[in-house]
Write a protein of this length. Structure first.
Length: 407
């Protein structure tokens, strides 16, 4: 509706996802199972050896099959938006908007043969804590058990060209949560018997995003205020400058450990020092040399037969299935990486060549001030550089030039 330069818009939709090709393999790699066996000068009684020959007596087992959940359904998502736009005069527009989505039954994979730990569960041998101990780790199950949600509020102000000057500014405050962030994260499940443990900020959540861009047609040359002569137009006419400044908050990350052997497709989460809280892993003053408090974590790489270096607290409500678990108790994506600041600029000259032929010259600089765009810190607890930022997430200053003709 429009009244006094006011426009209100709203929308709602429900969308269904198709089965992606990668997920179709799980409907193909199912029973009947088969085993390939090589024989070399072995005496065999009968046409085939007894299946009991394959029952493992050690931690090794049958190769783990892929498996699918028979109750799988197509994922679906609800999406909605609501916005109010207001003309402010002088070719200026203000918009306030709210957007959101809620997605269910996303494809997710986990190791259905992950070791189970808890009171009363034997610590040795490994086969005694695997649910299907005749099979090896890596019984990858594909199931529609993933969820995701997004909510965001934004403000936008835009000015259309006035005397060659225009701009667009946007700010958004949002929150994106899920329990696995797409294909790269699909197998990264902490506990096959507690899938909610991984519900956290999405890998690509950015709480705050802002950018401002614009342009100015320089007032030189034919049809402008200054340097309107033929020579002045050839040198100074047709130039436009277009800057962009973007400032974003950092991406979430998690602290991992190494040496976990309780499952093939499980990230080995880190442990907090007993008595510490997740808040103690964060620092109020962060530097590239210490982005988070690495001393808040301790090591626990020994899973069988030897007491762990890091005692595990069994207080109720810690979210760990069974109270005691060798998997780490530091949840997914609780820490936030460094923010991003980048400014780009384009200098463009449009010129006439002959009749219907025109040309354009572009000089562009990305990350003009060469401000470092830092990557997330080293988040492997056992690393000597844990908590240190050692790389950048994007290139340093880039310059490029282009010339094109349009006819």
């Amino acid at each position: 509706t429009t009244k006094h330069g006011l426009v209100v818009r709203a929308g709602f939709g429900m969308y269904v996802e198709n089965v992606n090709t990668n997920e179709l393999q799980f409907t193909r790699n199912v029973t009947p199972f088969y085993i390939t066996q090589d024989y070399n000068n072995n005496t065999v009684n009968g046409l085939f050896p007894s299946i009991t020959n394959y029952v493992p007596s050690t931690a090794n087992g049958f190769p783990a099959p892929f498996t699918t959940n028979p109750t799988n359904r197509l994922p679906y998502s609800y999406e909605w938006d609501f916005s109010v736009q207001k003309e402010l005069g002088h070719q200026t527009l203000l918009e306030l908007a709210y957007t959101g989505s809620d997605t269910h039954l996303l494809w997710r994979r986990f190791d259905a043969n992950e070791d189970l730990f808890g009171p009363g569960v034997p610590a040795t041998p490994a086969t005694e804590v695997r649910p299907y101990h005749n099979f090896s780790h890596g019984m990858l199950e594909s199931a529609n058990v993933g969820h995701a949600s997004f909510e965001g509020a934004s403000i936008r102000i835009e000015q259309r060209p006035i005397h060659g000057f225009y701009y667009l500014g946007v700010y958004q405050f949002s929150k994106n949560e899920d329990d696995e962030s797409g294909e790269a994260d699909a197998n990264d499940t902490s506990f096959s018997n507690n899938l909610e443990f991984d519900r956290a900020l999405s890998n690509y959540d950015q709480r705050q995003r802002s950018s401002i861009s614009g342009g100015y047609n320089l007032p030189f040359g034919q049809g402008q205020r200054f340097l309107t002569s033929r020579m002045g137009n050839a040198i100074a006419g047709g130039w436009t400058i277009q800057p962009i400044i973007a400032i974003h908050s950092g991406f979430p990350f998690e602290v991992s450990n190494s040496g976990g052997t309780f499952g093939q497709y499980n990230a080995f989460r880190a442990f907090l020092v007993p008595g510490d809280t997740p808040a103690q892993a964060k620092l109020s003053h962060r530097t590239i040399h210490e982005w988070y408090n690495a001393t808040a974590f301790c090591s626990n790489q020994t899973l069988y037969g030897v007491a762990p270096q890091c005692p595990i607290q069994t207080a109720p409500g810690n979210g760990i299935p069974g109270g005691l678990a060798w998997q780490g108790n530091f949840r997914r994506n609780l820490l936030i990486g460094p923010p991003t600041f980048q400014n780009d600029v384009s200098l463009i000259k449009n010129f006439h060549v002959h009749e219907s032929v025109s040309g354009q010259f572009r000089a562009e600089a990305f990350n003009l001030t060469n401000h470092p765009i830092l990557a997330n810190p080293n988040a492997t607890e056992t690393s000597s550089s844990a908590g240190t930022i050692t790389s950048t997430a994007a290139d340093n200053r880039d310059l490029q030039f282009a010339l094109k003709f349009i006819f």
